[in-house]
Write a protein that binds this ligand. Structure first.
Ligand SMILES: Cc1ncc(C[n+]2csc(CCOP(=O)(O)OP(=O)(O)O)c2C)c(N)n1
Ligand SMILES: [Mg+2]
Length: 552
């Protein structure tokens, strides 16, 4: 007779789950035993947070939920940041947590916290399984909910006694394809009319444009309309940045060079924009009209209140919209004349020899060693703005960054997941010396799994982004610096390889060697963050004055 845990694992197999990340506890031992004889691989991590970031990134890259498992109380609570990462980032994920027996327990309240309650605001669904008979339907429902637009995390708590209980051999619920409805004809007609009337239209690609299911249809819309586009940080790559219509990425909310085009546009077609991202532009009473095209209606915010919404499956809806306007747009390229000046300002100082290297130089050199389909996964720090702004992407989901929860600590685990899914591609994690140390213990997991992954650590011995904001806000320099381990020795202690870049010219050859030698390789390089203030504050403020003068 099967046990509850056997039914759970059979239900996961029924969903096509091939691996589960986590740190089991006593309360999961029945599930671990059921996994042992299943087709599912158990991937142990060294912290539950790493497991959650990997599972969420699995969901992000495949569109199917990634699964992680932890014990009750302390283990489950270590999933909170990962749950929030998946919730804000729209990444499908299933979290399985253990619990003491619910029918009777001899351990009183030892280790018990209300996990299901804790996760209610951090998930789309948080539920305790109370009987073996409901397992097949609950699991099927959990996967559907996690995957449905907008995707996100689901938590299922399986108490120890339900897991160990003998159960009837219940049939699994079969899956079937589910299509998302296409936008209503009336909304397409309205949007087409606005596009046909626009004098200076612009397309913006946002976070939901990067969902695996979206990426194919969007390129066609851009090609057929020939309207230039810019992207949000999380919308990079869906349409190749090498395209002649790419105008830039909005890494800041206003005043950057890309905003020269945004500010002049009279219509923005925002495809897949999700207001969990730091605003890519600020709508105001006088600004451009906005058409929101996405799977779900727009959230109305003070900075985002579209005048028209095209809600439905993005690719097919855009195809219908393109049918209505193709060949009839006389102003499609009106803003293209700004492209050259925007893009050339962005690449300023990208080849400078200065030591330590500038962020622009580091982004430039990384691009040189990463092929078009290679994946760069960022942690969170100052360099994220530089990568979002300067790194050109040619393939969807090849720059994995988190502009939603913007948590530190996800760089290494998300890169590891990419390396597991795409062993044939180059994968690079780019981390600050602060963020790397938040989950650096997963180096052991990476070595144990024999992954090919390079980690570039940008050393400034500080929580640089906050230090920069502190200075920009006029506060004295205080409280944000720290010391670092010797990263080469640190890597070696895990059985990984380590290199230190000693001159700017050495960055590319060091990264090349790291990729060519295979395995897990840490490369540390110092970074000259004086560029943060010089460019992102002084230069952009200066530009604003120049723009303002003629108008005054
Ligand atoms: C988990 C978490 N803690 C704190 C922050 C706030 N924060 C954002 S960036 C940053 C500093 C990052 O330092 P580092 O990783 O060294 O990158 P750097 O900016 O120095 O390049 C901090 C503390 C955060 N986003 N996430
Ligand atoms: Mg730092």
């Amino acid at each position: 007779m099967p046990k509850g845990s056997d039914l759970l694992v059979a239900a996961l197999e029924n969903e096509g789950v091939d691996r589960i990340f986590g740190v089991p506890g006593e309360e999961n031992l029945d599930v671990v035993e059921s996994l042992r004889t299943s087709s599912i691989k158990l991937i142990l991590t060294r912290h539950e947070q790493g497991a959650a970031f990997m599972a969420a990134t699995y969901g992000r890259l495949t569109g199917k939920p990634g699964v992680c498992i932890t014990t009750l109380g302390p283990g489950a609570l270590n999933l909170t940041t990962g749950a929030a990462y998946a919730l804000l980032g729209g990444m499908p994920m299933i979290m399985l947590t253990g619990q003491k027996g619910i029918m009777s327990s001899r351990q009183a309240k030892f280790q018990i916290v209300d996990v299901v309650g804790t996760f209610k605001p951090l998930t789309k669904l948080s539920l305790q399984i109370v009987s073996t008979g409901s397992i097949p339907t609950i699991v099927r429902d959990a996967f559907r909910i996690a995957m449905e637009e907008r995707p996100g995390p689901v938590l299922l708590e399986l108490p120890e006694d339900v897991a160990g209980e003998e159960a009837e051999d219940i049939a699994m619920v079969l899956q079937h394809p589910i299509e998302i409805p296409v936008a209503h004809r009336a909304s397409l007609d309205r949007a087409a009319e606005m596009i046909l009337k626009a004098k200076r239209p612009l397309i913006m690609l946002g976070a939901a444009a990067s969902r695996p299911r979206s990426t194919s249809g969007i390129g066609g819309f851009v090609r057929r309309t020939q309207i230039p586009f810019f992207t949000t940080q999380m919308g990079k790559g869906t349409v190749a940045g090498g395209s002649k219509l790419y105008m830039g990425t909005a890494a800041l909310s206003e005043r950057d060079y890309v905003h020269d085009a945004v500010d002049r546009a009279d219509l923005i077609i925002a495809i897949g924009h999700d207001t969990i991202e730091k605003p890519p532009f600020i709508m105001g009473p006088k600004g451009p009209q906005v058409i929101h095209v996405s799977y779900t209606p727009a959230n109305v915010e003070r900075v985002y209140f579209p005048q028209c919404e095209v809600v439905g499956d993005v690719g097919p809806s855009l195809e219908l919209l393109a049918d209505r306007v193709e060949g009839r747009l006389h102003n499609a390229g009106a803003l293209l004349s700004l492209r050259e000046s925007i893009l050339s300002r962005i690449t300023d100082r990208a080849t400078e020899e200065r030591w330590p290297p500038t962020p622009q130089r580091i982004v430039h050199d990384v691009r040189k060693v990463i092929p078009a389909d290679g994946i760069v996964a960022l942690d969170n720090g100052m360099y994220k703005i530089w990568f979002a702004r300067n790194y050109r992407t040619y393939v969807a989901n090849t720059l994995l960054l988190d502009n939603a929860l913007a948590t530190m600590g996800a760089g290494l685990p998300s890169a590891m997941l990419a390396a597991m899914l795409y062993p044939e591609r180059r994968v690079l994690a780019v981390c600050g010396d602060g963020g790397f140390m938040m989950n650096s213990q997963e180096m052991e997991t990476a070595v144990r799994l024999k992954l090919n992954v390079v980690v570039l650590i940008l050393e400034d011995s500080a929580y640089g982004m906050i230090r920069w904001k502190q200075a920009a806000d006029g506060f004295p320099d205080f409280g944000l610096t720290f010391g670092n381990p010797d990263f080469v020795k640190y890597a070696e202690s895990y059985g990984a390889k380590g290199s230190k870049v000693e001159s700017t010219a050495e960055l590319i050859p060091t990264l090349e060697r790291a990729f060519n030698s295979g395995g897990v390789h840490l490369v540390s390089v110092p970074i000259d963050y004086s560029e943060n203030t010089r460019v992102l504050i002084d230069e952009l403020r200066e530009k604003l004055n120049q723009v303002d003068e003629p108008a005054a």
